[in-house]
Design a protein around this ligand. Structure first.
Ligand code: TYD
Length: 228
């Protein structure tokens, strides 16, 4: 695996707000993020947190325009163009929403995809390398990372089966071939090694309740641990 300098990795840290948490969910198509995000929201609301769900790309007016442009394009974008567009959408989301909302105590922001998606999709699958993606993100506010990331891990076979049962049209990334998906799976394993404490892998092939039981265990630990 590519060498990443320790100083670069250390420029990434969670936002320092008391009693507020920043979470993200990651996984390839069909990993069950939507269901688990909903269950997580319900669980945290029962614990009296104010919970906001954001999606990437998107989450701001500018980000939604970008989402539309990137996901519907017929043009094969240059990988660097993709990486900078996702980073631009993220910077705006952090500036406009994440920082502001997390400053309100007892808030949890759940992001459906975040930095790890760029590391995996553009860094690995589009061959830019993890280091370049981290360098693009190393300055404030892009250097803010979640307190915890739940990576729902599924194999290619399950991903394909679950995609077949959906009726919505394929977007730009969903139309990619098998080699692309293999790289995504490998990419997520590499990214987990870069951030072993933050990223928690969960077997996404289990039934939804079993998946959520594992997420819940991790959440309980997180809520009991004082912020760094
Ligand atoms: P979306 O419809 O949200 O997919 P999913 O339901 O799988 O989350 O589309 C987002 C697509 O954009 C998805 O294929 C992953 C891709 N993506 C990147 O390539 N880089 C990124 O940084 C992000 C956030 C998403």
């Amino acid at each position: 695996m590519e060498h990443i300098p320790q100083e670069l990795l250390q420029s990434f840290r969670p936002p320092a707000f008391h009693h507020s948490y920043f979470l993200s969910f990651e996984g390839i198509e069909g990993s069950g993020k939507t269901t688990q995000i909903r269950l997580t929201k319900e669980f945290l609301e029962e614990k009296n947190f104010r919970v906001l769900i954001l999606r990437e790309p998107g989450g701001t007016t500018f980000g939604e325009h970008l989402r539309q442009a990137v996901l519907s394009t017929q043009t094969q974008l240059h990988p660097l163009a993709e990486a900078y567009l996702f980073a631009a959408s993220r910077a705006q989301l952090l500036h406009e929403v994440v920082m502001k909302e997390l400053s309100v105590p007892n808030t949890v922001i759940i992001c459906d995809r975040y930095l790890d998606s760029t590391l995996v999709y553009q860094g690995k699958a589009r061959n830019l390398g993890h280091r370049l993606i981290l360098e693009i993100h190393q300055h404030f506010p892009l250097n803010l990372i979640p307190h915890k990331t739940f990576f729902l891990e599924i194999g290619l076979k399950v991903s394909k089966e679950r995609q077949h049962t959906r009726n919505n049209p394929k977007d730009y990334f969903e139309g990619q071939g098998e080699a692309f998906y293999r790289k995504l799976i490998e990419g997520y394993q590499e990214v987990r090694e870069l951030f072993p404490e933050r990223i928690c892998s969960i077997d996404g092939e289990l039934v939804p309740d079993e998946v959520f039981a594992k997420i819940q265990q991790q959440l309980m630990v997180l809520l009991k641990t004082p912020h760094p």
